[in-house]
Design a protein. Structure first.
Ligand SMILES: [Zn+2]
Length: 138
C-alpha cells in the first residue's frame, strides 16, 4: 500500500478526532491493518518500484502540505502522525535502497501480511484517499 494512503488515513483520524490518545496509537499500528486490505503493490510495482516510490513520496508530501495549510491542525503533530503511519514503509525503503540485510525478520513479516496486492488495488487506494479528503474538507 502506498505511504500516501497510510498517512492520509492516519491524518484523517487525527484531524477528525483531535484526541491524541486516539490518533497517536491508531497511527502507530493502523499500518499493519491497512496492509491486509486489498491494495496496489508487490510484484505489480515490479521494476517500477523506484519511480512509484518517488511518485508516492511526491503525492504524500503534497497532501501533507495541503493538510498543513488548509486545516487548523498543528503541522508538527501532523508530521508525527505521518511518521507513525509510515514507519514500516520507511524501513521497507531502507531495506530496498540501502541495506537489504538489516531488519530481515521485520521485512518478512511486513511482506507476509500483504496478501491482497493487485493492479486493480490502486482503485481501492484512490477511493480511500478520496473518502479521507471528503471527510476532512466536506
Ligand atoms: Zn506497509
Amino acid at each position: 500500500m502506498f505511504v500516501t494512503t497510510h498517512t492520509i488515513v492516519a491524518s484523517t483520524i487525527a484531524i477528525k478526532t483531535g484526541n491524541p490518545y486516539i490518533y497517536l496509537p491508531f497511527a502507530a499500528v493502523d499500518h499493519f491493518a491497512l496492509d491486509t486490505v486489498p491494495h496496489f503493490g508487490g510484484k505489480w510495482a515490479g521494476k517500477n518500484f523506484k519511480v512509484l516510490t518517488a511518485l508516492d513520496a511526491t503525492f504524500g508530501i503534497g497532501l501533507f502540505l495541503i493538510l498543513a495549510r488548509y486545516t487548523k491542525f498543528s503541522i508538527l503533530i501532523l508530521f508525527a502522525v505521518c511518521l507513525l503511519a509510515g514507519w514500516p514503509d520507511l524501513i521497507l525503503a531502507y531495506q530496498k535502497f540501502i541495506n537489504p540485510k538489516r531488519l530481515k525478520k521485520f521485512g518478512e513479516f511486513h511482506a507476509g501480511i500483504q496478501k491482497s496486492e493487485s493492479f486493480p488495488g490502486i482503485i481501492i487506494e484512490v477511493a480511500i484517499v478520496l473518502v479521507c479528503l471528503l471527510l476532512i474538507f466536506v
